[in-house]
Design a protein around this ligand. Structure first.
Ligand code: FAD
Length: 417
């Protein structure tokens, strides 16, 4: 079978790339080993389209915070002690790039992507016919202590003045008026009003896959590890036989490094694992928008399936056994925050956030192969940036100037050397 472009990986990023290409008249073959779209990280996230996320998630630099995490008893971060040796090179680079000066530089580049996330996500969801999955509620960062609240308010004020981020400060009565079923003991909150809340991220991604097929593209089951060069381009094995195209996009999330590795690329891609569980709301309690318990780093997000609790970062080998201790720690705290009923899933879901140590995604041409494109490494904001990335890659493949300058996100940038 032949196509114009092979897109490997049918997560949020791959389906967005494929849909943008197909709407530009390129014949796409979208390939995923799962035989379904949006089943990995793009399935189980907190569903936030984070217009406020100008600063990508940094590694803590303050000794006090590091010592707190070193205990391995916190809710927001967990690690497998046995994995630290293998993870050390990635963590050391991540720590280095999280220096305030470098972090600030990364944020200036990141902002050029983030500023388009709302329009681009809405636009693609409309093409996919699922704009109703995006709720214009914003989200709330909740505070339990004055100290934390003051620090976060200062940061929010800086985001507003430098990057135009809209953030409303809510005192306790203001918070109660907006979300009456939250713990009345909370001190207050920041309401990021602009972000969208996706109430079923997996369905959004699958709708993007369906739209690709509706527009004439193909969706195939196949393994990116079979990718090889052939005369005139690239070939990958699928259930219906080899699929060939002059160009290929790697959008394999946390697995992108493995497949790129077979072509000789040594990319420092790490993973941060995360878990979720759904709950029924207790009685007639309602939650109008996602909330982050800032002191403990978990999110409660109202989803179609129930209230989804998502956890912070777990540092472990990608394929190590699941250890949902953060979920076990967060659940009692969450029950104190909002009246949760019974668990709805038989077991916790786990996903892998694909992370580059300099906190920027890789978006652009591969340095050593013509017509090989990279689109991965979006860390904590892959749902937020999928549609932006999809448009940039499609524009570059079609020979147009990308609507966002792709230079800071190139694979051969010095910070990844
Ligand atoms: C708990 C949690 C909460 C999060 N919350 C948010 C949030 O609120 N907002 C936000 O923006 N981001 C959030 N994220 C991050 C976001 O989910 C990810 O950055 C994003 O989903 C990555 O998308 P992706 O398409 O790159 O990867 P994935 O969704 O992982 O997709 C990769 C695809 O590649 C396929 N694949 C892998 N290997 C192969 C192979 N060899 N051959 C063929 N196919 C293959 C997989 O089957 C999969 O379909 C969260 C993540 C987690 C874990």
């Amino acid at each position: 079978m032949k196509a114009d472009v092979l897109v490997l990986g049918a997560g949020a990023v791959g389906t967005a790339v494929a849909l943008h290409l197909q709407t530009r008249g390129r014949q796409v073959a979208l390939v995923d080993r799962r035989g379904a779209a949006g089943r990995e990280a793009s399935f189980g996230n907190a569903g936030l389209i984070q217009r406020e996320a100008i600063y990508p998630y940094a590694f803590p630099r303050r000794l006090r915070t590091l010592l707190r995490y070193a205990t391995n008893r916190t809710t927001d971060v967990h690690y497998h002690p046995g994995a630290l040796r293998a993870l050390a090179p990635f963590l050391a680079r991540y720590w280095h790039h999280s220096h305030p000066v470098r972090h600030d530089r990364a944020a200036r580049a990141y902002a050029t992507l983030i500023e388009h996330c709302l329009d681009e996500t809405r636009g693609l969801a409309e093409v996919a016919g699922v704009a109703d999955l995006l709720r214009p509620t914003g989200w709330l960062k909740l505070f339990r202590t004055a100290r934390q609240q003051d620090a976060e308010l200062r940061q929010a004020a800086a985001l507003t003045s430098r990057f135009g981020v809209v953030a409303d400060r809510l005192d306790a009565p203001g918070l109660r008026a907006l979300e009456p079923d939250l713990d009345p003991g909370l001190l207050g909150a920041l309401h990021y009003r602009e972000p969208l809340a996706v109430v079923d991220p997996g369905r959004l991604v699958d709708a993007q896959r369906a739209a690709v097929e509706r527009l004439g593209g193909r969706f195939l089951t196949g393994n990116g590890l079979t990718l090889r060069t052939v005369p005139g381009g690239w070939s990958v094995e699928s259930r219906v036989g080899p699929v060939q195209a002059p160009a290929v996009v790697l959008a394999l999330g946390a697995w992108s490094g493995v497949v790129a590795g077979t072509l000789g690329y040594r990319l420092p891609l790490g993973v941060k694992r995360g878990y979720h569980m759904h709950y029924e709301p207790s009685g007639d309690a309602t939650l109008g928008r996602p909330v982050l318990d800032a002191a403990h780093g978990y999110v409660l997000a109202p989803m179609e399936r129930g209230i989804r609790l998502t956890t912070g970062a777990e540092f472990a080998n990608a394929d190590a056994r699941r250890t949902p201790v953060q979920l076990d720690r967060a659940e009692p705290l969450a029950r104190g925050l909002f009246p949760l009923g019974a668990r709805r899933d038989p077991e916790p879901w786990m996903g892998l956030r694909p992370c580059m140590p300099d906190m920027l995604p890789v978006i652009g041409p591969a340095p050593q192969h013509p017509r090989l494109w990279f689109a991965f490494g979006h860390g904590h904001q892959g749902l937020t940036l999928a549609a932006v990335t999809g448009r940039m890659i499609a524009e570059m493949i079609c020979g147009e100037d990308p609507f966002v300058d792709a230079f800071p996100f190139r694979a051969d940038r010095p910070s990844l050397a």
